[in-house]
Design a protein around this ligand. Structure first.
Ligand SMILES: [Fe+2]
Length: 290
């Protein structure tokens, strides 16, 4: 449930004129992927930009990423990466179920800290955990993992309508948008409402497709219309750059193959099997699931 303790930590926004809202999260310092998503959103006529957290991460380049975000986006919430960076913590607190994934996540978190200025670290501490936006389609709730917990993974293979409806009821919202898990999805909830995972900008979604994702919401009095955008960018050039800067292969390989190296063991069995079926269907002889 949405914890009462979070209620004071909601930033409230009004955007009555917004017609097309771009929601992007899970950037992880992947600058060219962010730029490609921004170009796509601009071409689609987005007029409000929302970031739902995990701006920084395993690609490093935190300050450049935040410079772009702070110049283009209006609404922000903190992800676990922002909370941990501001606290000076040495782990990403992704909430992985597997200890090896947790250890690897901490290595990636170091790259984000090494490229983060004190000024930006202080700014991360000002970010709310939740945000609401009043639109012509009704209230939109923005969160990172779930409306109730910043680092909760909401996977489409495990969704239960009851908590989704309760979160929307409690916030009085027509829709909420999360990220964090790395897998985009849209689920209709009773009353013409939606729960949405925007996917992530900074890495592929473990399906052997190199593209990244964000959510584009059309705003109309009848409600929101949701499009999960699939965006390609020059991953090979980016990998060459960050590998030369010292980013470990466990973080660069997924950008080149579309197959995760970190976080797989923590996925629910059904979701992992679904993604591995997709990977096998797309796999070239040069890649392997090992
Ligand atoms: Fe996250």
């Amino acid at each position: 449930m949405l914890r009462a303790s979070l209620l004071p930590n909601i930033a409230r926004h009004a955007a009555p004129a917004a017609r097309r809202i771009a929601v992007m999260g899970g950037i992880y310092g992947n600058v060219p992927a962010l730029e490609a998503c921004l170009a796509d959103a601009a071409a689609q006529g987005a007029d409000l930009y929302v970031c739902n957290g995990d701006m920084t991460g395993c690609c490093g380049h935190s300050d450049r990423t935040l410079e772009i975000l702070r110049s283009r986006f209006t609404v922000f919430v903190a992800g676990n990466h922002e909370q941990q960076s501001h606290a000076g913590a040495d782990s990403c607190a992704c909430n992985y179920g597997d200890p090896e994934d947790t250890a690897c996540g901490s290595i990636g978190h170091r790259y984000s800290l090494q490229s983060l200025s004190e000024e930006n670290r202080a700014w991360l501490g000002t970010l709310p955990e939740l945000a609401t936006i009043e639109t012509a389609a009704g209230r939109l709730l923005i969160c990172h993992g779930s409306p109730g917990q910043t680092n909760e993974f909401l996977y489409d293979t495990e969704l239960d309508e009851k908590p989704l409806a309760e979160w929307l009821d409690l916030a009085g919202a027509r829709a909420f948008v999360c990220t964090h898990s790395g897998f985009p999805w849209v689920r209709e909830v009773s009353g013409g409402r939606f729960a949405i995972n925007a996917g992530v900008v900074g890495k592929p979604d473990h399906d052997a497709d190199l593209a990244v994702h964000y959510a584009l919401l059309d705003v109309a009095p009848a409600g929101f219309c949701v499009d999960i955008r699939r965006v390609e960018y020059d991953a090979a050039a980016w990998v060459a750059r960050i590998a030369a800067e010292g980013v470990e292969p466990m973080f660069t390989e997924p950008l080149q193959t579309g197959v995760w190296t970190v976080g797989v063991a923590s996925l629910p069995a059904e979701l992992r099997a679904r993604q591995e079926t997709l990977i096998r269907s797309r796999l070239t002889p040069a890649l392997s699931l090992a």
